[in-house]
Design a protein around this ligand. Structure first.
Ligand code: SAM
Length: 224
């Protein structure tokens, strides 16, 4: 994703939905980029800031509290925008992508990964995904292309990641189950049952190819 977004030493990069800041620190450490993560959840922002301080990257990596549908960064101030596995949680992805367009300089790139639906989910599956994992209604890959094009971004590539991500999800599920069992044996909280239940179905839906993963790389064209 970093390569596709053309991140290099000194690039100004925004990471949409930064979580605990793993991507932000990685790009600052590995590429020498100056990275700003935008994250909605205050507990994640403070956790991300603490981790960043502990590894001494706070000069070039920062996570700020904000909503990617209304980004607290100036127009044309970024050389790249990235986002990893997060747009599926946004109620209005078009607005978030329009915000990426606004803060990117002309000819620079947005590269992101996300979950997609190859076909509409059943009402029961959609409800499970929403309640357990806060997943909003999803798009197909062609719908995603139309969405980004509608805000003035040109698609450079779309890569179907479903095959690549399937085994990783199975490993993640096994790890969650191991941790739940360890927590149960220790008599400590085991995490949210709704998340666990939805994650099991999520892994099935990916395996059945009803859902999938995508990486999209798009570039900002000049306005007419
Ligand atoms: C699945 S996590 C991904 C985190 C990170 N990108 C990563 O790969 O580790 C999704 C993150 O998006 C954040 N988020 C959800 N809606 C958001 C919004 N409207 N603006 C900013 N962050 C948001 C959540 O708080 C959560 O931390």
């Amino acid at each position: 994703m970093a390569r596709e977004a053309q991140v290099s030493n000194g690039s100004r990069v925004a990471d949409f939905c930064a979580g605990l800041g793993g991507t932000v620190r990685y790009l600052a450490h590995k590429y020498g980029a100056d990275v700003t993560g935008i994250e909605l959840t205050p507990a994640r922002v403070s956790g991300a800031q603490e981790l960043t301080r502990r590894v001494g990257l706070h000069g070039t990596a920062r996570i700020v509290e904000g909503n990617v549908m209304d980004v607290p960064l100036p127009d044309a101030s970024m050389d790249a925008v990235v986002s990893q596995e997060a747009f599926c949680h946004i109620p209005d992805v078009k607005r978030a992508v329009a915000e990426a367009f606004r803060i990117l300089r002309t000819d620079s790139r947005l590269a992101f990964t996300d979950w997609i639906a190859n076909q509409p989910l059943t009402a029961a599956d959609a409800q499970l995904m929403r309640e357990g994992m806060a997943i909003q209604p999803l798009r197909t890959i062609p719908e995603y292309r139309s969405l980004v094009e509608s805000v003035g971004l040109r698609v450079i590539s779309t890569t179907d990641l479903t095959e690549e991500w399937g085994p990783i999800l199975k490993e993640r599920l096994a790890m969650y189950q191991l941790l739940r069992e360890e927590a149960r044996q220790a008599g400590t909280p085991m995490g949210h049952d709704a998340f666990h239940k939805s994650y099991i179905r999520f892994v099935d839906l990916i395996h059945e190819r009803k859902m999938g993963g995508v990486r999209m790389v798009v570039t900002k064209l000049p306005r007419d």
